[in-house]
Design a protein. Structure first.
Length: 113
C-alpha cells in the first residue's frame, strides 16, 4: 500500500508556471509507472503525463511542449513542471501509481487573470 500527497497547486496568471509535487509514503522504484491526471469541472478525468521506471514519458497532446514529468526516486517524489499555462489547464490535478488503484487527493490549479 502507498499514500500519495500532491502539493504545489494554486492560482496563476495565464502564461505562468507551476510545479506540482507528488510525495509517496514509500519507495516508488518498484512501480512500473507514475502518472498525473486532471479533472476539470464537468469533465472526465484525463491523463496528462506518465513516466515509466525506465524514464519513458508520454503526454496528452494538449500539454506537449509545455509540461514535463519527472521523478526523484531518492525522495519518492514525482513532479509535474507546468509552463505557459492556459485557462483551459484549470483543473484538479491528481497523482497516480499507474495500473493500480492508488490515487492522491488532488491539488487545485487555477489559471486566471
Amino acid at each position: 500500500q502507498v499514500q500519495l500527497v500532491e502539493s504545489g497547486g494554486g492560482l496563476v496568471q495565464p502564461g505562468g508556471s507551476l510545479r506540482l509535487s507528488c510525495a509517496a509514503s514509500r519507495s516508488i522504484v518498484s512501480f512500473n509507472a507514475m502518472g498525473w491526471y486532471r479533472q476539470a469541472p464537468g469533465k472526465e478525468r484525463e491523463l496528462v503525463a506518465a513516466m515509466t521506471s525506465y524514464g519513458s514519458t508520454n503526454y496528452a497532446d494538449s500539454v506537449k511542449g509545455r509540461f514535463t514529468i519527472s521523478r526523484d526516486n531518492a525522495k519518492n517524489t514525482v513532479y509535474l513542471q507546468m509552463n505557459s499555462l492556459k485557462p483551459e489547464d484549470t483543473a484538479v490535478y491528481f497523482c497516480k501509481v499507474m495500473y493500480t488503484a492508488y490515487w492522491g487527493q488532488g491539488t487545485q490549479v487555477t489559471i486566471s487573470s
